[in-house]
Design a protein around this ligand. Sequence first.
Ligand SMILES: Nc1ncnc2c1ncn2[C@@H]1O[C@H](COP(=O)(O)OP(=O)(O)OP(=O)(O)O)[C@@H](O)[C@H]1O
Ligand SMILES: [Mg+2]
Length: 413
Amino acid sequence: MSSYVSNYQTGRISNDEIISLMDGYSKELGVRILIVSKDRKVLYDTSKTSMDTKISNWEIEESLKGKSVAKEYSSKERSIYIAIPILFENEVYGSIFISSSLEDVYKSIRDMKRRYFYLSLLCLSITGFISFLLAHVIATPIERLTKSINKMYQGDLEQRVELRGHDELTDMARAFNLMSTKLFQVDKQRKEFVGNVSHELRTPLSAIKLLSQSLLHEDIIEPNTYKEFLKDIVSEVDRLNKIIESLLSLVDIDKEKLEVEYQLTYINDLIEKLICTLKPLANEKNIYISFIHFEKIQIKIDPIKMQQALTNILSNAIKYTHKEGQIKVLLYEEEQEVVIKIKDNGIGIPKNSLPYIFERFYRVDKARSRQTGGTGLGLSISKQIIELHQGKIEVSSEEHKGTTFKIQLPCNI
Ligand SMILES: Nc1ncnc2c1ncn2[C@@H]1O[C@H](COP(=O)(O)OP(=O)(O)OP(=O)(O)O)[C@@H](O)[C@H]1O
Ligand SMILES: [Mg+2]
């Protein structure tokens, strides 16, 4: 090859060299190469089959006119004919004719197409499978959640969804569980509340009915007995009224949550007024109320609501303290908070009752409470009012020794 290149570069190239070059290419590319003279005689044929014969076709004719042409044929087998003119100083001396079968090319295109088709099919199946898996992974928890929501809608509030994984769907399931727990609690409280209200209202109503029936069935009644029965009826009606008033007050506080009428108030004055109002009640039992405060404290509160809250607590102290007892009311400021303590040396609250005393209708001793006219709503009203002021209320008590209620109200609301 190197000798050919050197000869070619010098312009000296022999016939043998051209022939070996043509044979080489023919073999390498799988094509047949012919050199045709101007009078259509085959001077050389790499397949050696048409040597020295005459040949003519459209491509050779065109190339002998000086044009390079190529044409594809698809009769028996697909092939391509190429003819290039041999030119020297713009004159055509002959033609180089190349014919090649295209079957291999088309076969490899077909193979490639088939391979591409199978590959696409494989990709499609893999994508489909992955999509199915993903859909299954996402859809199953959503389906479970939907089922639970539907069950909740039908009234079964005890619904929980299983938590698996750490993705957004698990967060959603967790939020759902929190919501359903809260709903379940609220529903339970609502049922208990309705049950308690019905029970509380039924008790005085039954008493009124019993007393009235007794009066009706007696033909001759002593005027004194008559009066006594009527007095009992009036007291039961009063009790009914008190329950209804307390219930309405609770509903009002719920409703007015956003309508607290804050006023800058001297809390000392408010407490003094309150003690003054309740003094006759305390005097009946010879209970001594002392108010300990060192400075005037002004604070933003809704005075009417706060008075109602403190009245409940102070009247409890009077109610649940023996005769000759003592009640201390303390007022002071501590760490940006106003503290009010109402301390009695009364009957105290048993340890196991302490967690429930702020619950609606809860009374330590129901029978005793009824005697004193208690409905068990007072403390829940007080707590609600104090929380409305962003404050908090705590209780500490020891049976037979006394009870202390501590109220903390923020100085700056
Ligand atoms: N200072 C106290 N000493 C002892 N027990 C108390 C005291 N304060 C409250 N209690 C107990 O807590 C219960 C709940 O109090 P709450 O004020 O809510 O209801 P009540 O006083 O029975 O009724 P109401 O206040 O509605 O008339 C009372 O029944 C009582 O058993
Ligand atoms: Mg009370």
